[in-house]
Design a protein around this ligand. Structure first.
Ligand SMILES: [Zn+2]
Ligand SMILES: [Zn+2]
Length: 347
């Protein structure tokens, strides 16, 4: 070892310390930059656009009923409903735009003995704004395999579309119940051949989503007004489709009518039930069914659930003028009566 060597070593040591400081400084600067980037990302990056799964629970007597949102579908109703000028005027008066988003609602009835799903949403047929039923169902605590009965209000893409995805049944343990008039029409080769061009797509979609259940022997049609299960019966509302039906849910004196497509637009069809939509197979019969359903709901004061009323689509009907009015049910976060201790009233 000599002095020069010592000096060199000293130089090496000072250089090493300098390098270490530089590294430390660089690490700190990187850390500061990372935090700054994270803060910037937190401020500017937004969560995905889609709503969280739509789930709304109710109790009807002993039955737990859960409204499940499949999503929405954008429609310019002035293009597809009768009386387009009235439709436009009704939406303007409601401060709403056209096209508008139509809710697609399904309902799950947990009776204790059965898990019954009323309608299945659009599945893969309508694009990304819909097809959320299974996600909503799981958010509500139900697996598709736990459903043992599916009641279709009718066969149409936004009601039966969710039965199958890519040709495979989504509900492996369910029987599908529907008024026999619908499969006799929508699965009929002769009816398809005689149908107008505008309906051909619906026939194709019907086969695509219902056929897997037919092939598995799990399509069980019924005929008209029928008590299907204890507390659950079908209510013929023919016209929109040949077998279009509502389902009346009754338990311990409480009633809920799930009426399918009686109303597509709350903005105009309560006020004027004679307004029809181009999806109606028989428009005159659809008007008659709508008027009867509205009059009965208004008279009896039954709770109603609609497939296309804004989610969760639950409320009452009141007679008003020459038509009717829709009264959405108040939102409730309460647990069922008898299971809550309501110590404090809202102030
Ligand atoms: Zn329909
Ligand atoms: Zn519909």
């Amino acid at each position: 070892m000599n002095e020069r060597h010592q000096t060199l070593r000293g130089t090496d040591t000072r250089a090493a310390i300098g390098l270490q400081r530089l590294r430390l400084l660089a690490t700190r600067m990187l850390a500061i930059a990372t935090v700054a980037t994270a803060c910037h990302s937190a401020a500017s990056a937004q969560p995905a656009w889609r709503q969280v799964p739509g789930v709304y629970r109710m109790q009807i007597g002993n039955f737990r009923v859960t409204a499940l949102s499949d999503g929405t579908a954008l429609r310019d109703l002035s293009q597809i409903m009768s009386k387009p000028a009235d439709v436009r005027q009704s939406y303007a008066a409601a401060h709403e735009d056209l096209p508008t988003e139509l809710s697609i609602n399904c309902f799950l009835i947990d009776t204790g003995d059965h898990r019954i799903l009323v309608d299945t949403g659009a599945g893969e047929l309508f694009g990304p704004g819909s097809g959320g039923l299974v996600t909503a169902m799981r958010a509500a605590g139900y697996e598709p395999a736990s459903i043992d009965v599916i009641l279709l209000t009718h066969i149409h893409g936004d009601h039966s579309g969710g039965l199958s995805i890519r040709g495979q049944p989504v509900f492996p343990n369910a029987v599908v119940r529907v008024d026999r008039r619908d499969p006799e029409y929508w699965l009929s080769v002769a009816a398809e051949a005689a149908a107008p061009a505008a309906l051909k797509q619906t026939f194709k979609q019907s086969h695509q989503t219902v056929d897997p259940y037919v092939q598995a022997g799990r399509l069980q049609p019924f005929d008209g007004r029928t008590v299907l299960y204890s507390g659950i019966s079908s209510v013929p509302e023919y016209g929109h489709t040949p077998g279009h039906s509502g389902y009346l849910i009754e338990s311990k004196g409480q009633r809920l009518l799930l009426w399918g497509d009686i109303i597509h637009s709350a903005e105009i069809q309560f006020h004027d039930p004679t307004v029809t939509i181009e999806y109606d197979v028989d428009r005159e019969a659809a008007i008659t069914s709508r008027q009867q359903a509205l009059a009965k709901a208004a008279q009896d004061g039954d709770l109603v659930g609609g497939a296309h009323l804004s989610f969760p689509g639950i409320g009452h009907v009141r007679a008003e003028g020459s038509g009717f009015a829709w009264l959405p049910a108040p939102y409730s976060a309460a647990v069922p009566p008898g299971q809550a201790s309501r110590k404090e009233a809202p102030q």
